[in-house]
Design a protein around this ligand. Structure first.
Ligand SMILES: NC(=O)c1ccc[n+]([C@@H]2O[C@H](COP(=O)([O-])OP(=O)(O)OC[C@H]3O[C@@H](n4cnc5c(N)ncnc54)[C@H](O)[C@@H]3O)[C@@H](O)[C@H]2O)c1
Length: 254
């Protein structure tokens, strides 16, 4: 049976590890060619090798998502090589420090905003530009967070950036709905990735405390985000645009 993304050309940012890697594998499994953009070259090559070993198609590019010229150059490569961009997953992100606002420096604030919000803006802008230039329908998904829906003490810039991703998603969804470019966000809860290990200092105790707050009483595997993203990128979700979908085991429903 053909996959739900058969023949589609897709871009995944932050695809070297974690949610981005797991999603890249799922998109390729569903028939998409996956262009990965990240800064971790060795891990990016590993993601490509995993996809190719499973019979899929992928390539890796060293691109900083917040560098407009670099993202533009990647779009040029996609246009020349494939003549299409059907889907994009703007997923690259960083967590920033854990500190109350009084201890959060302006430099720390700006570093997080640059990747998590400006990076998504730059990618979205370039993706919409290419999709409209080629006069094609498209689907764009960005990674917000449960922290984009509620406040979490100790992460002011991260939370603001993830709320910002949802505002940006709704705005661009409305701007391009009539052109059949759909724009949505996913809001992961606690997902088993290198980022979660950094945030919890790989502490079993902190992890157990975290799990107690989740209605489903577990963290998720990154592939559980990837399945939602694959659906949003596919035509199976053809009338869905402007949504921020929690994939969080019920965490923000509480
Ligand atoms: N893990 C969680 O529990 C969780 C929960 C909610 C949201 N998220 C979000 O999911 C996304 C993926 O995170 P993850 O948990 O897989 O973490 P991760 O650290 O494993 O992956 C993030 C990836 O983004 C890349 N990246 C960082 N800055 C970049 C830049 N400037 N340009 C290009 N690539 C860059 C990193 O190299 C890395 O490969 C992030 O946006 C994160 O905020 C994660």
């Amino acid at each position: 049976m053909a996959g739900i993304l058969e023949g589609k050309i897709t871009l995944v940012t932050g695809g070297s590890t974690g949610i981005g890697r797991a999603t890249s594998l799922i998109l390729a499994r569903e028939g998409a060619t996956v262009v990965i953009a990240d800064l971790q070259d060795e891990e990016g090559a590993n993601t490509v090798a995993l996809i190719q070993a499973a019979g899929g198609k992928a390539e890796y590019h060293h691109v900083d998502v917040a560098e407009h010229a670099a993202v533009n150059a990647l779009m040029g490569h996609i246009e020349t090589t494939y003549g299409a961009l059907d889907g994009a997953f703007n997923n690259a992100g960083i967590e920033g420090p854990t500190a109350k606002v009084l201890d959060y420096t302006v430099e720390q604030w700006e570093r997080v905003q640059r990747v998590n919000l400006t990076g998504v803006f730059v990618c979205m802008k370039c993706e919409v530009e290419l999709m409209t230039k080629l006069n094609r329908a498209g689907s764009i998904v960005s990674t917000s967070s449960a922290a984009g829906l509620i406040g979490i003490p100790g992460a002011s810039s991260y939370n603001a950036s993830k709320h910002g991703v949802i505002g940006l998603t709704k705005t661009v969804a409305l701007e391009y709905a009539a052109r059949n470019i759909r724009v949505n966000a996913v809001c992961p809860g606690f997902i088993e990735t290198p980022m979660l290990n950094r945030v919890t200092d790989a502490s079993v105790k902190i992890r157990e405390q975290m799990i107690r707050t989740v209605p489903m009483k577990r963290v998720a595997q990154p592939s559980e985000i990837g399945e939602a993203v694959a659906w949003l990128l596919s035509e199976r979700s053809s009338y869905v645009t402007g949504v921020a979908l929690p994939v969080d085991g019920g965490w923000v429903a509480m």
